[in-house]
Design a protein around this ligand. Structure first.
Ligand SMILES: NC(=O)c1ccc[n+]([C@@H]2O[C@H](COP(=O)([O-])OP(=O)(O)OC[C@H]3O[C@@H](n4cnc5c(N)ncnc54)[C@H](OP(=O)(O)O)[C@@H]3O)[C@@H](O)[C@H]2O)c1
Length: 241
């Protein structure tokens, strides 16, 4: 444990978060903490990963709930005393054009405020690591450049707005933390998960296996894309901001 890199993944019980946990857990240099808002779902994920002999634990974590986040900080501090990598992966998707205040607030609670809350809360533990990093999982849909050029047309307005806001938060984090904490932003690719609630439907539209995203995120965590780290990363390239 002292030599392992401690990685906390929000939304680590399913989809891309789980795939990332699986990719990391196969490598003994990592200890993965699955953050899961549902303890039952988290236990199921933990059992599957433990069967594969991964070094994995579980913490209850709802990024919209300050008490849950504070309690997770206490647990990680007590058990590990530091955090090498925070993966801000948890998000919700809302279909449709609505950008009412209610819809925006609902989506921003998780996709934007949740990321801000997690990052602030875990800063002291990240600062106790000798080489900390924060990985923000965004979406190419949040690219202002692609939207302005007419290349992006997706019926998920509030989600799109939230990811554009996340991108700016990430750029502000990069500026704020400089070389003290490496901040990386990535798009995980189009993969079949519960985002939107219809993984089979996504698969029919060409979505790939989330395992691909997990392997890619592991390479970013390992530092293989650090030379590109002022960019929005995708596998094999970058996305315009
Ligand atoms: N799938 C894609 O093609 C795609 C493309 C671009 C970007 N992304 C991004 O990839 C990331 C992962 O999404 P995914 O595709 O894996 O979706 P997913 O299968 O729906 O997984 C989302 C995860 O976030 C968790 N979550 C949601 N709200 C939460 C909260 N308040 N607190 C803590 N956890 C919460 C979910 O928990 P529950 O299981 O309890 O719901 C789930 O574990 C997101 O940031 C998404 O925007 C995905």
């Amino acid at each position: 444990m002292p030599d392992q890199k401690i990685v906390l993944i929000t939304g680590g019980n399913g989809g891309i978060g789980y795939a990332t946990a699986e990719a990391l857990a196969r490598d003994p240099s990592f200890h993965v903490i699955i953050g899961s808002r549902s303890l039952q779902k988290g236990q199921e994920a933990l059992s599957k990963l433990s069967e594969q002999k991964g070094s994995v634990t579980l913490v209850q974590l709802d990024v919209t709930d300050p008490e849950s986040v504070a309690s997770a900080v206490t647990t990680v501090e007590r058990d590990y005393g530091r955090l090498e990598v925070l993966v801000n992966n948890a998000a919700i998707g809302v279909a449709g054009p609505s950008m009412s205040a209610e819809t925006l607030r609902y989506v921003f609670e998780t996709n934007v405020f949740g990321v801000g809350r997690m990052t602030e809360a875990f800063l002291p533990l990240l600062r106790k690591s000798s080489n900390p990093r924060i990985v923000h999982v965004t979406s190419g849909l949040g690219s202002l450049t692609l939207k302005a050029s007419g290349e992006l047309s997706a019926p998920y307005n509030a989600y799109t707005v939230s990811k554009a806001a996340l991108n700016m938060m990430a750029l502000c984090h990069m500026e704020q933390f400089g070389d003290e904490i490496k901040v990386l932003v990535l798009t995980p690719g189009f993969v079949a998960t519960n985002l939107g609630g219809d993984p089979e439907g996504w698969r029919k539209q060409g979505a790939e296996d989330p395992a691909n995203s997990g392997k890619f995120i592991k390479t970013v965590i390992e530092g293989h894309r650090d030379s590109d780290r002022k960019n929005m990363l995708k596998e094999g390239g970058t996305f315009p901001w």
